[in-house]
Design a protein around this ligand. Structure first.
Ligand code: FAD
Length: 289
């Protein structure tokens, strides 16, 4: 059953909804057009025996070719941006992060551009992953998060103790982030110049194509890319997947790669880095199978 929703689709192909362009269909995908519909959809999901998944822009997921045998809630239609005054904004989870940068940060010359420029996800995905760069991360600008949980709606204040490197503890893997309230500060430097600089840098230093960005988190004091490169793995291939020559922490879907092709390369990197350096690499990409 699709639930009592006209925004449900059965047997929905997930590969086109991900940056990897990999993954079979979801049994049911829900596209709630408003926050209240999203709350109803989430509660309906909880009432069903199926597995559940929330998807934003799909830029940090690797989904099995067998697909997802449960219900996926897609946040893409939740894209409201509400200025509250005094440099505060409530932003719905499905809004593209780059739109927040271009429509709010740049015109107001707010800090945050260096942390977010070029990250292709949604605001909700960025909150869940605490996405960012060496220049800062999403939680740095967050005042509170609006969540739908098993216990109902919650607004959770954000402080540094709840946020870490590409992780946070305010939202469990089974909660839905509906929106976040951000508080920005005016920057000294011209943020348009900062934006152009980091977009250009990404073009030069990162490969272009179907991928999830960095596959692994950087281990403390080191870089996953450096370790993988030192194992001689740049250019290693499995089927249609390849470890990028440009940046060894990027595994590209170059030629109709399967889930298993990419997973094999992930495991190859982990094994070789463990053998050579005694370091355990941890995936940043969320593997869904
Ligand atoms: C080319 C490229 C460059 C990248 N560069 C960076 C970078 O510099 N820094 C960085 O941090 N990341 C980077 N990434 C990774 C990715 O863009 C970020 O992690 C992004 O924040 C993921 O957002 P998303 O909407 O695509 O999330 P998805 O991939 O859709 O989901 C990722 C995870 O978040 C969960 N999630 C998503 N939305 C919600 C929600 N509303 N409520 C609850 N859970 C949710 C999903 O269930 C999943 O577990 C890059 C990716 C690519 C492809």
């Amino acid at each position: 059953m699709n639930g009592p929703f006209d925004f449900a689709q059965e047997n929905y192909p997930l590969a086109p909804a991900t940056w990897y362009r990999v993954g079979g269909p979801a049994r049911i995908a829900l596209f709630p057009p408003s926050a209240s519909d999203a709350v109803a959809a989430y509660h309906w999901m909880l009432s069903q025996p199926d597995r559940r998944l929330i998807l934003g822009k799909g830029s940090n997921v690797l989904i099995s070719d067998a697909g997802f045998p449960g219900i996926v809630l897609m946040t893409e239609r939740l894209d409201k941006l509400d200025p509250l005054g005094a440099d505060r904004y409530t932003v719905e989870a499905g809004l593209e992060l780059d739109r927040l940068v271009r429509d709010v940060l740049l015109p107001n010359n707010y800090e945050g551009t260096g942390a977010w420029a070029g990250i292709p996800g949604s605001v909700g995905g960025a909150m869940f992953m605490n996405a960012g760069t060496v220049n800062g991360a999403t939680c740095d600008f967050l005042e509170s998060a609006d969540l739908v949980t098993h216990d109902g709606l919650k607004t959770v204040p954000i402080d540094k103790t709840r946020c870490g490197y590409r992780q946070q503890s305010f939202c469990s893997g089974d909660d839905l982030i509906l929106s976040g309230t951000f508080k920005f500060t005016h920057a000294q430097k011209d943020q348009r110049a900062v934006y152009n600089h980091y977009i250009q840098r990404r073009r030069e230093k990162q490969p272009q194509g179907n991928c999830c960005g960095s596959v692994f988190k950087n281990p403390p004091g080191d870089h996953a890319g450096r370790l993988i490169q030192a194992c001689g793995l740049k250019g290693a291939r499995r089927g249609g997947a390849v470890i990028s020559q440009t940046h060894a922490n990027f595994i590209m879907n170059e030629n109709d790669a399967t889930f298993q092709d990419i997973l094999d390369l992930i495991n190859l990197c982990k094994t070789r880095v463990r053998e050579k350096f005694g370091i355990e690499l941890h995936e940043e990409v969320r593997i869904i199978q």
